[in-house]
Design a protein around this ligand. Structure first.
Ligand code: AMP
Ligand code: ZN
Length: 112
């Protein structure tokens, strides 16, 4: 399968990894939208949030545990934002489930 995030997960494509374990990997976004902008992905290929179900949702819980750990390591003591874009209307460009962990500035709502 020609999936760029699967290739990052298995080391075929380089990325600046900030965390890795058996099931997830986190790396710096190539085009950061905030001083801290890290993508956290499952190593297994899940296309999007729409494909989360009872058989694979444990990895999503784990991703949120990892996000909290990384946020502490990155010194995001004043808060941060976790974003998931799903599908065309959600603005998803890479079709491998990923959560944006962003911090280091104030965010607007619902965009920006
Ligand atoms: P989304 O629009 O939610 O699908 O987000 C995809 C994100 O992946 C964007 O923020 C891109 O900047 C980022 N991205 C794409 N390719 C790479 C890559 N090779 N390494 C790191 N980040 C990437
Ligand atoms: Zn993939």
């Amino acid at each position: 399968m020609d999936c760029i995030f699967c290739k990052i997960a298995n080391g075929e494509i380089p990325a600046t990894k900030v965390y890795e374990d058996d099931t997830v990997v986190a790396f710096n976004d190539l085009e950061p939208q905030a001083p801290t902008h890290i993508l956290i992905i499952p190593k297994m290929h899940i296309c999007c949030a729409d494909e989360i179900n009872e058989s694979n949702s444990a990895v999503v819980a784990h991703i949120f545990e990892v996000a909290a750990k990384i946020a502490k390591e990155q010194g995001l003591t004043n808060g941060y934002r976790i974003v998931n874009n799903c599908g065309a209307d959600g603005g998803q460009t890479v079709k491998h489930l990923h959560f944006h962990l962003m911090g280091g500035r104030q965010f607007g709502w619902p965009a920006g």
